[in-house]
Design a protein around this ligand. Sequence first.
Ligand SMILES: Cc1cc2nc3c(=O)[nH]c(=O)nc-3n(C[C@H](O)[C@H](O)[C@H](O)COP(=O)(O)OP(=O)(O)OC[C@H]3O[C@@H](n4cnc5c(N)ncnc54)[C@H](O)[C@@H]3O)c2cc1C
Length: 472
Amino acid sequence: MTDVQAQLIEQARQKLGPKGVMTDANEIEPWLTDWRGRAHGTAPAMLAPASTEEVAFVVGLAAEHGVPLVPQGGNTGMSAGATPPADGSALLLSMRRMNRIRSISAGDRLAVAEAGVVLAALHDAAHEVGMRFPLTLGSRGSCTIGGLTSTNAGGTQVLKFGTMRALVAGLEAVLPDGSVHHGLSGLKKDNRGYSLDQLLIGAEGTLGVITAVALKLVPAVAARAVAWAAVETPQRALDLLRFLEARTGSIEGFELVPGDSLALVLKHIPGTRSPLAGSHPWHVLVEATTSDGTIEIGAELERLLASALEDGIIVDAVLAASETHAEALWKIRDSISEAERTEGQTLAHDISVAVTDMPRFIVEAAATVEAAFPGVVASGFGHLGDGNIHFHVRAGSHAGLDWYEREGAAITRMVDDLVTEAGGSISAEHGIGQLKRDEFARLAPPGRVHALRAIKQALDPLGIMNPGKLVP
Ligand SMILES: Cc1cc2nc3c(=O)[nH]c(=O)nc-3n(C[C@H](O)[C@H](O)[C@H](O)COP(=O)(O)OP(=O)(O)OC[C@H]3O[C@@H](n4cnc5c(N)ncnc54)[C@H](O)[C@@H]3O)c2cc1C
């Protein structure tokens, strides 16, 4: 710990009290490694402010002393954006104590949640007032509103409701000079120039600290229907989506699951069962919802799937017979990453290309990677309807302690090149963080890099906000 850091920590302790400053290495340790276990950092202290005023105080101190801060929510991010640098130069800024829902109104269809509110807690609060916050993902029990906003997270309902960018009505944040941006009014119309809110969404903590967010709510679901279908190819899966969309406006979840991923889940996740008899190369999880209690949503989805079966789009399907059954189907989808982690080493690529190009991309990119690195297993799963899949490459017969070091970078370069050639993005929803920064620098168009650097320099000239992340 440097003298300057020690001085800052002491000043913070006086303002934040003992709960707001942790220097015990054991207490800090769990927060120094990212969720995937790929990046490890060190930090002499973790500061945990409990109010916007305290955050502004801490950021002011950081600016005064020139000590960088690494904002952190639930630490579930996939690009190690919340992991401090290894040299101990930065302090962790945990936002988890700012966990109050300041207001929630069914009338205004808005909730104002502090940055440290866990997504599942917001879901519960919205449910209590007959509303819903329509974004969900596998990490909902740990990830926070501040982290979701800072990574512009997506999840499984993007098809109908969009990413965080579409769901944030406004936000409050402390800027790198310690001033507070007050944007919580939720105004539908506000044309006072650049949108600071939109600039901070997806900024990964590099432009300021989000302290609270006004979030759009929608009416609670009156009924949902969940089904599992087997298809021959990813193209057939997309055909099914278009078939359904042409006949109903109720589809809000549509997830592609390769047979290989299903097999891993069944092997490693206790209590899971194959949804259909027989083995199929590709599967789709479909969710249809309605907020109108008079609509027979299950019967509608069943009828549509029967037609799709008749037309040869799908080869088999099952409609969840109960909520427990529906949850069991979703559990399979949500457990894919965990099952892969149990199986062994996996290189994850969260990529997007145009929706119509995705089926071909999945098949061709997997074949290209498997041909270049014989023995590895490549496949894509996830949000097909958004043109976003998680393209994962498993070590397969190449497994070995040094697999990442030996082949990881070369495989990732190949995948990223294929994505870029297809006009896509090497980060669809997980952000750049520190894990994808080099690839971003290698492949991003110069204009984009120039703009990012200029914005960063203008708002954070001292470079105290999450250095080493996102901006190449
Ligand atoms: C099982 C699992 C499934 C997932 N599924 C999806 C998915 O389907 N779709 C998807 O988009 N993502 C998914 N994610 C990743 C997702 O990005 C994170 O879950 C979430 O968005 C990050 O929230 P967090 O609070 O954990 O943030 P952290 O991991 O703590 O931080 C993430 C980034 O945000 C910054 N940050 C955090 N809080 C603040 C703040 N208050 N102000 C400024 N910056 C801040 C950090 O510095 C870091 O750069 C998944 C993760 C897991 C573990």
